[in-house]
Design a protein around this ligand. Structure first.
Ligand code: GRF
Length: 335
């Protein structure tokens, strides 16, 4: 469960919308509302919805921001949504929740943003300037007013008959869509990636019902058969610089038949068909696993991993088939 806090100073329709969007689900919930206005209507609305709402005086926001951070930590807050919050947010809060504080602004930022541009002021300015479109923007909060990276933005049409009030109502409608959307985006972007798909070893261990951390089995090499009694090659003591003596059983190369050239051709064909082509396909798929994984395409990574497994098996099976065919065919004198 991801806990979000809403900071609001006024009416709180966006705060209510966030609660209604998220609090009936099991993944995200508005767990706290903080306000800087003692009797802000948002307080009552939040309490009616069962969300703890707390008034924090402006002097605390300004001079003791650590107290705000402590309240947020006590509620396990991960994301903060500013929904009509008109109080200054201290740098230390921005730093403690870097990239995780979202603000909704009733214009198409960067237009009509900055100091003094809030609420009805924005809509008045838009109409006075004769704009034909306005809208709403959700952006990440930085230390500069209304200047952080934009997360979601949506337009509305400004009609000649629009007043600041009618325009505000239109903008509010799109705000109710884009604010939850932006919250989801930030949560998805900062969420821990899901665990990597299980490896083939894990799959086998699970199928066989054994743990996959069994230490490798120690094997003792079989004893070499003792040489039979009989004539043996004379023991030549090794002297540094002298060439090593040939083994007693080394065949005489000159007495051997030359290797038929088809052996080499067959070996090359086998190598290319069995190992090279399917092997390359397996390697290409393996390399896609991590690139897709880190790009956030977990489904793609899983698919690539599955393909790599399949192609490794194909390489192995083709190798076995070609090599077992090679022996009877070569005995039959075909090579
Ligand atoms: C919204 O228009 C929002 O864009 C701005 O303040 C207004 C808050 O409205 N930051 P409400 O209190 O959520 O109704």
């Amino acid at each position: 469960m991801v806990n979000i806090a809403v900071f609001a100073s006024g009416n709180g329709s966006n705060a209510v919308n966030l609660v209604k969007t998220f609090n009936s689900g099991s993944r995200i919930r508005v767990a706290l509302c903080l306000t800087d206005k003692e009797n802000a209507p948002v307080m009552e609305k939040m309490q009616a919805l069962g969300v703890p709402a707390q008034y924090v005086a402006r002097s605390v926001w300004k001079n003791e921001p650590q107290k705000v951070i402590d309240i947020l930590r006590a509620h396990d807050i991960e994301i903060i949504a500013l929904a009509g919050f008109l109080c200054f947010i201290d740098e230390s809060i921005v730093k403690a929740y870097e990239g995780k504080i979202l603000n909704i602004h009733p214009s198409l930022l960067p237009a009509y943003g900055g100091r003094g541009m809030h609420g009805a002021n924005v809509h008045k300015a838009v109409i006075e300037a004769g704009e034909v479109k306005s809208g709403a923007t959700v952006h990440i909060v930085t230390n500069e007013i209304d200047a952080g990276p934009i997360v979601v933005q949506r337009c509305v049409t400004v009609l000649p008959e629009d007043t600041p009030e009618t325009l505000e109502a239109k903008v509010h409608e799109v705000e109710y869509d884009i604010f939850p959307e932006a919250v989801m985006k930030i949560i998805n972007a900062t969420a821990e990636p899901p665990a990597m798909p299980k490896s083939v070893d894990d799959d086998w261990a699970e199928t066989l019902g054994v743990p996959n951390d069994i230490p490798p089995v120690e094997t003792t090499p079989p004893e070499m058969p003792k040489p039979e009694a009989g004539p043996q090659a004379p023991f030549a003591p090794f002297t540094p610089g002298s060439p090593s003596p040939a083994p007693a059983s080394a065949p005489d190369a000159a007495s051997q038949e030359p290797m038929p050239p088809t052996y080499l051709a067959w070996a090359v064909v086998t190598m290319v068909l069995c190992c090279f082509i399917p092997g390359i396909v397996a390697v290409v798929n393996s390399s896609k696993v991590s690139s897709r994984y880190y790009a956030g395409d977990y489904e793609g990574a899983r698919r690539a991993s599955r393909n790599a497994e399949i192609w490794i098996i194909i390489t192995f099976v083709l190798g076995v088939i070609f090599n077992t065919l090679y022996l009877p065919l070569s005995i039959a004198g075909m090579f």
